[in-house]
Design a protein around this ligand. Structure first.
Ligand code: ZN
Length: 153
């Protein structure tokens, strides 16, 4: 899809590499209201997501773990994106993000809608990497519900 858009793809890669190297909100929350562990055996990604809720909103979201650049960047950008969103908003964002990565017919409108997360549209070309990008979101979802360990398998 971005074959004719080399420059844009470079930009996207830079954003992902930046977050992969310097993840934001990369810390443990001892007093988190919810936490869950996620594991992607295909790649070896492991993340723990912590969330603090206030008035039904995600007051603070952070993560710890070790993953590849895509997983780490996705987790980093997720923590920034869902901050101050309601849990419902966060879930609908995950749905859009998932569509962006998995559906062929998802157009750029969806990506625009997702703001910075649109950079992950390029990951669609590498199906094996899709789970790296979605793992943090699956884990956040688990942290908001039962807190069980999730695996992409
Ligand atoms: Zn990975």
């Amino acid at each position: 899809m971005f074959d004719e858009m080399g420059d844009l793809q470079d930009l996207y890669q830079q954003v992902i590499l930046d977050h992969g190297r310097n993840p934001r909100n990369f810390r443990i929350q001892e007093t988190a209201d919810g936490r869950a562990d996620g594991y992607n055996p295909l790649c070896g990604d492991q993340v723990t997501v912590f969330c603090k809720l206030e008035d039904g909103k995600l007051k603070d979201v952070s993560f710890k773990g070790k993953g590849c650049a895509i997983c780490t960047a996705s987790a980093s950008m997720m923590t920034q994106t869902v901050k101050d969103k309601s849990t419902d908003e966060a879930e609908s964002m995950f749905e859009k993000f998932h569509d962006l990565l998995t559906k062929d017919d998802t157009d750029m409108d969806a990506a625009t809608d997702l703001g910075k997360l649109g950079v992950f549209a390029g990951v669609r070309k590498y199906p094996i990497r899709v789970k790296c990008a979605t793992l943090p979101w699956h884990t956040l979802k688990a942290a908001l519900s039962d807190g069980e360990t999730v695996s992409t398998e």
